[in-house]
Design a protein around this ligand. Structure first.
Ligand code: PBG
Length: 323
């Protein structure tokens, strides 16, 4: 038999050899951990997201101290207000749940970890949409002003990065202008640029009580079959001043992530969303998959596809496992 010249298996023979030629390694520095803070009296685990809680401000501070010690670089914050109304006032009130949490966190943890509030109205509106309603639809331009107010309010409280997730047209420009006018020229924007209208947000909406009470989000979030449109959304956000951009969800959109990486040079984030997390947890609880192994494989896929930053509810477990 003729000798084979190429034997790719030579480089797979031992753990050390595989480590030497490994192309992609996820570290805790790549992770942004999303957390929920609530105005209710007690912290509560979210039933569809085992291990994820809505924390009171005090409990959040204790938890984030631990997270900072583990060496995670950043948390994202979502707020659950006392009350919701038609215009989402709780999202941009000076004493709203998120600015209160940011101020307390700053006292508790200093600058050891970045605080990245999500900016959107859906957690604060009684109808559950990401903007204000006029004639039965989400009104784009009037919503921009409220989003900009929320961004300034969070920056004043001490936010390190502002992350708009609403998908209104022109919101990055509106937020950038408002931040600059108020003296926050150094506060970066992480834009949820290619955010699809996805079934994978189900558990999050339970977590934040933010399911739309009528209709759905298809008039503002992207249509899942569209690829070119994602590149256009990202290009627009960069033009408007986004410092970092995001593709969301992750697993069903790895092709979009790769294209975004190949077409743009700003830091690129991906959101490993609630439904993706819940599926892994549910299968693991049934003994159908090995959780740690599957999580590492998923996070590696995001990085291999081009993500610099991975938003994931698995961040804490990952940091514990990988030191
Ligand atoms: C708010 C927002 C959502 C998520 C992040 N920001 C929900 C939505 O758009 O319905 C989803 C996050 C997740 O599913 O983990 N607009």
């Amino acid at each position: 038999m003729r000798e084979l010249i190429h034997r790719p298996r030579r480089l797979r023979r031992s753990a050390a050899m595989r480590r030497l030629v490994r192309e992609t390694v996820v570290t805790k520095n790549d992770l942004l951990y999303p957390m929920f803070v609530t105005a209710e009296r007690e912290s509560r685990e979210i039933p569809s997201m085992p291990g994820v809680y809505r924390y009171t401000v005090d409990a959040l501070c204790r938890e984030v101290e631990k997270i900072a010690k583990l060496g995670l670089p950043a948390i994202m914050l979502f707020g659950i207000p006392e009350e919701k109304d038609a215009v989402g006032s709780g999202g941009y009130a000076e004493d709203g749940i998120v600015p209160r949490a940011i101020r307390s966190l700053r006292k508790a943890i200093g600058d050891s970890i970045l605080i990245v509030p999500d900016v959107c109205l859906c957690e604060y509106t009684a109808h559950g949409h990401c903007g204000i309603i006029e004639k039965g639809d989400v009104a784009n331009d009037p919503t921009l002003e409220l989003l900009a107010r929320a961004a300034v309010c969070y920056a004043e409280a001490g936010a390190d990065v502002i992350a708009p997730s609403d998908m209104m047209d022109g919101r990055v420009a509106a937020i950038r202008a408002a931040l600059d006018t108020n003296g926050f020229t150094q506060t970066p924007i992480l834009a949820y640029s290619a955010k699809y209208a996805s079934g994978f947000y189900g558990p999050f909406r339970e977590a934040a009580d933010s399911a739309p009470q009528f209709g759905d989000r298809r008039t503002y979030q992207m249509d899942p079959p569209n690829r070119r449109e994602a590149l256009r959304e990202i290009a627009l956000d960069i033009e408007e001043g986004a410092d970092m951009v995001m593709v969301k969800p992750g697993l069903a959109y790895l092709d979009i992530l790769r294209e975004a990486r190949d077409n743009f040079d700003v830091p690129l984030a991906v959101y490993n969303v609630s439904g993706e997390y819940s599926m892994v947890k549910a299968a693991a609880r049934n003994g159908w998959i090995e959780e740690a192994r599957v999580v590492d494989e998923i996070l590696t896929a995001f990085k291999r596809a081009g993500a610099d930053i991975i938003l994931t509810y698995h961040a804490l477990d990952f940091a514990r496992r990988h030191g």
